[in-house]
Design a protein around this ligand. Structure first.
Ligand SMILES: C[S@@+](CC[C@H](N)C(=O)[O-])C[C@H]1O[C@@H](n2cnc3c(N)ncnc32)[C@H](O)[C@@H]1O
Length: 317
């Protein structure tokens, strides 16, 4: 693990403000990463933080924090969809805030061996945890039509069919083993055009979301968060692309209006709103933040407050 990796937390001041921190209460940092948010929360108020990350490498950063905040900081390696169970293990049944900072961290993106980056030529891995098939194993077996659908749906890529066709063709000549190989195959399948972003970006995003089951994770993570929030507790979510943002927006609306918003979410009888939306429009980074940290440019922060009514999804198991 490279300790020298730097991750600049996105929309940090806005997230801290959104959580409305109070002393002694518990906050969940569902996407610990390099601990940028957790550190700021712990410094800001004498509260407790339960931090979660599915990436085993995040533990290195958690161990550093543990030394300074032994009695106020708990780290759990795992998926945030299971946050309810993790809190139960700690005998915590109610929290004052939950924050999600979605996607990948610099410790994942900027480390060649993790295979997320289309700029660094590394092995095609793309797994946030060390479980499940790697991207090269997946691309070695997937059917063309399935791949095209994944790239279209999770990457919003209009050239999905051409890209999938080229990937399947190229793999029959040579195994696709590196991010550099894949990026070139994708770029060569798309008509050349002037674009601010690399032409392979959307395809990489789609494969990463698919391999890490990010849509289901987010939907289940949000449900788990809503269930553990105390009345007036805050839910803050930073997303980085339209697929994530749409899920968050629909989720908030569902909790307010109780209308079905996703085929993955359970249908429930209509009842009083469990969330109050604080951000009618998402909060975006300032021009200055984008100048300092280019990665913040697509970030969107949505905030909601738990109401006094019962959970939209039933009580904690
Ligand atoms: C953008 S980074 C968070 C950075 C963090 N806020 C900071 O300031 O250092 C996202 C992190 O969330 C983790 N992650 C993404 N999906 C997850 C999930 N379903 N369960 C647990 N961790 C997840 C990733 O492994 C990554 O470390």
């Amino acid at each position: 693990m490279n300790d020298k990796v730097i991750h600049i937390p996105v929309l940090l001041d806005e997230v801290i403000k959104a959580l409305s921190l109070t002393k002694d209460e518990v906050y969940v940092d569902a996407t610990f990463g390099l601990g940028g948010y957790t550190k700021a929360i712990l410094k800001n108020k004498k509260c407790k933080v339960v931090a979660i990350d599915r990436d085993p490498n995040a533990k290195v950063f958690a161990d550093n924090l543990q030394e300074n905040y032994a009695d106020r900081f708990y780290f759990k390696m795992g998926k945030f969809s299971e946050l309810g169970n993790f809190l139960n293990e700690l005998k915590i049944y109610e929290v004052a805030g939950v924050v999600f900072d979605l996607g990948v961290s610099s410790a994942q993106l900027d480390v060649q061996s993790r295979g997320f980056s289309l700029k660094l030529d590394g092995p095609l891995d793309m797994r946030m945890s060390s479980e499940g098939p790697t991207a090269d194993e997946f691309l070695d077996k997937v059917e063309e039509n399935t791949l095209a659908n994944i790239i279209y749906e999770l990457g919003d890529e209009v050239y999905s069919r051409r890209i999938a066709k080229n990937i399947i063709h190229q793999r029959s000549i040579n195994k696709i083993k590196t991010t550099g190989q894949l990026a070139d195959i994708v770029r060569n399948a798309i008509p050349k055009k002037k674009s601010k972003i690399d032409l392979a970006t959307k395809t990489f995003q789609a494969i990463r979301i698919y391999l890490n089951d990010e849509v289901k994770e987010l939907e289940e993570g949000l449900i788990a968060a809503e269930k553990v929030l105390r009345p007036e507790g805050r839910l803050a979510v930073v997303s980085f692309h339209s697929i994530e943002d749409k899920i968050v927006k629909n989720f908030f609306n569902k909790c307010v209006r109780n209308r079905p918003s996703s085929r993955h979410l359970p249908e429930l009888p209509k009842k009083d709103p469990s969330l109050e939306i604080i951000t009618k429009k998402p909060i975006l980074p300032s021009a200055q933040e984008i100048y300092i940290n280019k990665r913040s440019r697509s970030a969107k922060l949505r905030i909601a407050k738990r109401t006094h009514f019962s959970s939209t999804f039933g009580e904690i198991a």
